[in-house]
Design a protein around this ligand. Structure first.
Ligand code: SF4
Length: 403
């Protein structure tokens, strides 16, 4: 327990909208009762969102390739170069996914994938241009900072140039994936220091914000980090947000251990709610916090709305990464809206910039129910997109396949 006088002082700072420091945050995170932590986080949420609205976005989470040279030990999704289970989606497959997304009212693709050495920067540029030609108003929320760094290394171009070329091709915003914990001790233990150090991850976001892009920020907790390192991560995000104001939202989720090299057990629901709440208190310069029902399930996702979250994230049409590690929760728009309303909030559709697009679309027109998550590719489908032959491969197996 925190001494009452200290807890009262921190609580009065939160109520007054004052910033809490690293030591105060750590004391709260370690010692405050969970219900009290939730109440404090809810004060911040209600101050930032006094209209009682909880938002969500209809988009599609597509992983364009599972081939990856990074080999993070917490990842159950990737396949090494040359694996028979490796895939790259073709442009036509991606167009079909966009058509299906638009049919259920979707406005954007969240596009992320492995670090595939056989996909040069020109493949991404041609894909983005092709999407924008066919679907001019459809948004591309694509390529997390480690993917941008991978493309910078592959093309031997500075990160700023890669971001500029992707923007010219149609990139609208950057997702905050690949942050894991922004502490290099942790990143080395997770074998993700090589793909991006903490400074490199933050630097991509800084450059993206300077280039005019808005981005999100994430934290995957529950591997090898300490509670103090989780807070260090949050404080580093807060410092960059002070500098650029470029982050639209923060999303945290627990490590999913099934089928990973690292193994271990998943963090509990209370750990999730406490971590979300402390994030709401520390990230006082972030407007939006998402509930991660994709990893926590709908019921804890709904509870998140009492622990600092003001957004239910995305209606999940497709999911590959979390599913590979054993979790496959599915909620379509009807179910997300039911959870929001049952928690006493007003549901509104939004875009990536958190601009309100309207009421639930299923109340405006008939949309197909999505009761099962799609996957990037059907299991065992070995097809190789014909356009891949147009792009130079870097790996030996890739070169042989494209001869
Ligand atoms: S987390 Fe991303 S970068 Fe790491 S192995 Fe998986 S796909 Fe590759």
């Amino acid at each position: 327990m925190i001494p009452d006088s200290i807890e009262a002082r921190i609580e009065s700072k939160v109520r007054a909208g004052e910033r809490i420091d690293a030591d105060e945050a750590l004391q709260l995170y370690r010692r405050a009762p969970t219900a009290r932590l939730g109440r404090l986080a809810d004060i911040v949420r209600a101050r930032k969102h006094p209209d009682n609205v909880v938002t969500y976005i209809i988009d599609r989470n597509v992983n364009y390739t599972n081939v990856c040279v990074a080999k993070c030990n917490f990842c159950a999704f990737y396949r090494p170069v040359g694996s028979p289970d490796g895939y790259v989606l073709g442009f036509d497959e991606l167009f079909r996914k966009i058509d299906e997304t638009i049919a259920v009212g979707g406005v954007q693709l969240l596009l992320q994938g492995g670090h595939n050495p056989d996909l040069p920067l020109s493949w991404y540029e041609d894909l983005f241009r092709a999407v924008k030609t066919r679907y001019p108003s459809f948004k591309l929320h694509a390529l997390s900072p480690p993917e941008v760094i991978h493309l910078s290394r592959l093309s031997q171009l500075p990160v700023t140039d890669v971001i500029g070329r992707l923007i010219d091709a149609g990139l609208d915003s950057i997702p905050g994936g690949g942050a894991e914990i922004l502490v290099d001790r942790v990143r080395k233990l997770l074998h993700c220091y090589g793909k991006a150090t903490s400074d490199e991850w933050l630097d991509v976001m800084r450059r993206a914000h300077h280039a005019g892009l808005r981005t999100t920020a994430t934290m995957m907790y529950g591997t090898v980090e300490s509670d103090a390192e989780r807070l260090e991560h949050l404080l580093r995000l807060r410092a960059l947000q002070d500098e650029t104001r470029g982050f639209t939202a923060f999303i945290t989720w627990s490590y999913q251990p099934s089928n990973t090299e690292l193994g271990g057990v998943e963090a509990t629901g209370i750990d999730y709610l406490r971590t979300l709440a402390i994030a709401r208190l520390v990230l006082d310069n972030f407007d939006n916090l998402q509930a991660s029902w994709v990893t926590q399930g709908g019921k804890v996702g709904q509870l998140s709305l009492a622990f600092g979250a003001n957004d239910m994230g995305s209606v999940m049409i497709e999911e590959n990464v979390v599913r590979a590690a054993g979790a496959a929760y599915c909620m379509d728009e009807v179910e997300i809206v039911r959870n929001i309303e049952d928690a006493g909030f007003t549901p509104k559709r939004r875009n990536m910039h958190y601009e309100i697009l309207g009421d639930p679309i299923f109340r405006e027109r008939d949309v197909p129910r999505m009761l099962e998550l799609a996957t990037a590719r059907r299991d065992g489908d070995p097809s190789v997109p014909s356009e891949l032959r147009l792009y130079p491969a870097r790996s030996r197996t890739g070169k042989e396949a494209r001869q």
